[in-house]
Design a protein around this ligand. Structure first.
Ligand code: CTP
Length: 446
């Protein structure tokens, strides 16, 4: 019996897939089809897949060509599968010509002719109306956002708003956008906005954008007061709009995996979460400017609080801060949060340097995420018995902003209005803690 194996995502199953599967089946007597898992696709930067793995498996099964369907979940799995299933022929479309020659050591490799004129990418783009996104602000993060948007299907950045005409034009020219200096002109051009302007302007821009019926993705810290966050989320819900805080790490596949592993009890009961993040900056810069709400707390608390909330929840009962101030700005802040059965702390610096790692301590072991933990691509689960330690590796592509944008767009396009990766309640709690700090509640200056 000749066994054939082939792999693919098989999203929005189309004629090209059918032809490929038929030809692969005809190469032998038994066809195994490997369908990529959702997490594997996300991990390799394929973020726009429409059908989930169950739907894609069902579609492949319905073709009647597959004798067996397996899930492809990790890099290097093809070699394992070929040996495990005693495969004689590995077949794949000719768009992969040459890429799988290395499998020739294990079985025969056949590149089958690809069907011209159709692909899942084409179908995904066809049915999809692009969402026109306008960027408010033209600083460093805004400049990173535009290239990231190019890899998220359906995202089309069209305009930039900056009240300074020279700045607006400079940014627009470098990315081929429409330059706007007036909010009303700008908002008429877009379906959604990405707010990347100075912190103090976020609330006003978010409020005005939601009032105009536009979806909002807002950089961290979304706002600096709890009531403002409550108000904005209420407004978005009332109007059926998406409002999301751009806490990028929350949307990374690796970070999501840490949370699910911890919640599954891999380190036992969580007793302590410790996060740190320091980025030293030199004046003159917005981060060190009191008038622009600079400081370690406003810069870095949102991501660190997000990690704590994701791992320990929102039923915290108290918080204390120790801080070092320079010119009215906290250059270092350490916060300690009480939970009924756990503790958490965050150490933040813009004028103090520290190791930026994340440690989740439990009754059975701990998770160690080395610096920079907020760009998670690797973490380790460690135990007293070191032979049980496990390392997890991920890749995240580009600047990491594509994941939050992908989620934002998917919510808009699919009419989904809740996002478990970063919930309104978590954003509201982060604003509350930032507000407490700014109001000097339980703050000890060192
Ligand atoms: N395939 C094909 N002809 C097409 C499209 C795909 O023969 N027009 C083949 C691929 O070469 C591969 C298999 O179908 O062997 C599964 O490919 P997959 O990546 O799922 O399909 P695409 O349509 O190419 O998807 P995408 O656009 O997301 O890359």
């Amino acid at each position: 019996m000749t066994k054939v194996i082939t792999y693919g995502t098989f999203d929005l199953l189309h004629q090209g897939h059918l032809n490929l599967l038929k030809r692969a089946r005809e190469l032998g007597d038994y066809l195994i089809v490997g369908v990529t898992s959702d997490s594997y696709d996300r991990g390799r930067g394929k973020l726009n897949v429409r059908n989930n793995v169950l739907e894609r498996v069902a579609a492949v099964r319905a073709t009647g060509y597959a004798d067996e369907i397996i899930i492809e979940d990790y890099l290097g799995q093809k070699i394992d599968d070929i040996q495990k299933y005693n495969v004689d022929i590995f077949a794949i479309g000719s768009d992969w010509e040459g890429k799988f020659d290395y499998l020739g050591e294990y079985c025969k490799v056949v590149y089958l002719p690809r069907t011209e004129g159709i692909s899942s990418t084409m179908l995904r783009n066809e049915g999809m109306k692009s969402i026109r996104i306008g960027i408010i602000g033209s600083g460093r993060i805004a400049a990173r956002f535009v290239p990231e948007s190019k890899v998220v299907s359906g995202a089309l950045v069209t305009a930039v708003l900056n009240p300074d005409p020279v700045e607006s034009q400079r940014f627009a020219d470098s990315f081929g956008l429409k330059a706007c200096t007036d909010f009303d002109d700008f908002i008429a051009e877009v379906d959604a906005v990405y707010i990347a302007s100075p912190h103090m302007t976020h609330y006003d821009y978010a409020y005005r954008s939601l009032s105009c019926g536009k979806h909002v993705l807002c950089e961290i810290p979304m706002v600096l007061q709890k009531e403002q966050a409550v108000g904005l989320f209420g407004m978005a819900a009332e109007r059926g709009l998406v409002l999301m805080e751009a806490g990028k790490t929350a949307f990374f596949p690796a970070f999501g995996h840490i949370v699910t592993l911890v919640k599954s009890g891999i380190v036992g009961d969580v007793v302590d979460v410790k996060t740190s993040l320091s980025k030293q900056v030199l004046p003159p810069t917005r981060e060190l400017d009191y008038a622009q709400a600079g400081g370690a707390m406003t810069e870095h608390a949102p991501l660190n609080l997000m990690a704590i909330f994701k791992l320990l929840g929102l039923d915290w009962s108290g918080i204390r801060f120790h801080t070092r101030m320079e010119n009215g700005v906290d250059v270092y802040t350490k916060g300690e949060i009480d939970y009924p059965h756990a503790t958490a702390s965050f150490t933040l610096g813009i004028g103090v340097k520290t190791e930026g790692n994340l440690i989740v301590s439990g009754t059975k072991g701990y998770v160690y995420v080395p610096a920079p933990w907020w760009l998670t691509d690797f973490f380790e689960v460690r135990y007293e018995d070191q032979t049980r330690n496990r390392k997890f590796f991920y890749s995240y592509d580009g600047q990491g902003l594509r994941y939050e944008l992908q989620e934002f767009l998917s919510m808009i396009v699919n009419g989904r209005r809740n996002c478990y990766k970063l919930t309104p309640a978590e954003s509201i709690a982060a604003a509350e803690i930032i507000e407490k700090f700014r109001n000097n509640e339980n703050v000890t200056v060192i």
